[in-house]
Design a protein around this ligand. Structure first.
Ligand code: SF4
Length: 378
């Protein structure tokens, strides 16, 4: 595969061209959209089955997909398909998110996630009807966001609650699969994750400005503790205001404790913020699968079996490999301050597209260097 390096004045990621075939993705997207619609219908006609399918199967598998190949999930997510529909048929006015809002959007999507996770214990885990309404609401927000805003700015690249998880678990994809929605890229997001999954996290932490860096590190600091707090929290038995507040307070206090511990590690050790974020990602994914696998074994009425231990050992081995390769990314990033993105199939047409943008780019494809004007996305 050819690679194309882009260096911008801000270190931000601004453009991408992919050269792989995209012919199969629309079919897979349609399948996943149909699956989501079927799941929503199931929520209303067989609520118990729907909660098992969604929380037990889907939410059990997706984090692993994001660690291994986040691009696959970004390409097939039904909410992404819904939000990109208006763009595909050309009926969006393509509004832009102001730079100031973009600065704070990671905090918005992280806050949404932090609100949704405890809501599982309050309502969503046990109530299939509530799950159906919740999924419909997400589908509606993604569709309206995509209808109004250009690129993925209305949902996937700014406000989706899964985005922060994708950037966290997917900071070092073991298998790189390029985005096939954004053709062409409209520069809708600062340090876009779809352009460079590993470069985007590094750019945010090292050069994204105080708010974005603090947002990333707060999120990372809280995640292992959110996982621990969630899995040790039983479902709410009595649905009263006081019980709901107590449940949220317990989880948020534990998350705050984790953020404090992150700060202590950052202050007292020589590790970089990025290295501590990576370590937190590994701990979170290992903890998550420990609880998921032991929960699955328990629900099948067996003690943690040999198979569960073998699966857990695999998760730990994969996450260690992930950590090892991710650390090298930081060294490369510091050395070059470049972001590696995909080469165009037709370089000429992509250089023409890049002229829509403003600041200066330097592209390197093999021995060739190309200078072009392009826009900042920050
Ligand atoms: S999400 Fe926005 S910035 Fe990222 S590739 Fe798509 S259009 Fe470009």
């Amino acid at each position: 595969m050819k690679e194309l390096s882009v260096m911008t004045q801000s270190g931000g990621v601004v453009a991408q061209r992919a050269h792989s075939s995209t012919s199969g993705w629309p079919i897979v997207r349609v399948c996943f959209m149909v699956a989501l619609l079927c799941l929503i219908v199931t929520c209303f006609i067989a609520p118990s089955l729907a909660t098992v399918l969604f929380w037990g199967v889907f939410i059990g598998v997706v984090p692993a997909v994001i660690v291994i190949a986040p691009g696959v999930w970004r390409n097939i997510c039904p909410l992404a398909s819904a939000s990109q529909l208006a763009r595909k048929i050309g009926i969006t006015p393509g509004l832009r998110i102001p730079p100031k809002v973009q600065t704070y959007s990671p905090l918005v999507s992280a806050s949404l996630l932090l609100a949704i996770v405890p809501l599982r214990r309050v309502l969503l885990d046990s109530n299939g009807l509530a799950l159906g309404v919740f999924l419909l609401a997400l589908l509606g927000m993604a569709s309206v966001g995509g209808l109004l805003f250009g690129g993925k700015a209305g949902w996937c690249s700014q406000f989706c609650p899964m985005l922060q998880l994708e950037r966290f678990y997917g900071a070092n994809p073991l298998r790189r699969v390029r985005d096939t929605h954004c053709r062409p890229c409209s520069g809708c997001a600062k340090n876009c994750y779809d352009l460079s999954p590993s470069g985007a996290a590094l750019a945010d932490i090292t050069e994204g400005g105080t708010i974005r860096k603090v947002g990333r590190t707060i999120f990372a600091g809280g995640m292992p503790w959110l996982c621990l707090a969630f899995f040790t929290q039983p479902d709410l038995s009595s649905f009263t205001f006081g019980a709901v507040v107590t449940l949220y307070a317990r989880i948020l206090v534990i998350v705050a404790l984790g953020i404090g511990i992150f700060r202590v590690i950052e202050t007292l050790t020589q590790f970089t913020s990025y290295q501590i974020v990576l370590a937190h990602a590994v701990v979170t994914i290992d903890l998550y699968y420990w609880f998921v696998l032991s929960g699955a074994a328990h629900s099948m009425g067996v003690d943690l079996s040999v198979l569960s231990y073998a699966l857990m050992a695999t998760v730990v081995a994969v996450s260690m490999r992930w950590l090892q390769t991710a650390r090298r990314l930081e060294q490369g990033y510091k050395r070059r301050r470049t972001v590696v993105i995909c080469a165009p199939t037709r370089p000429k047409s992509n250089i023409l597209q890049a002229r829509r943008f403003v600041p200066l780019f330097q592209w390197t494809t093999g021995a060739r260097q190309v200078m072009a004007k392009a826009s900042r996305t920050d």
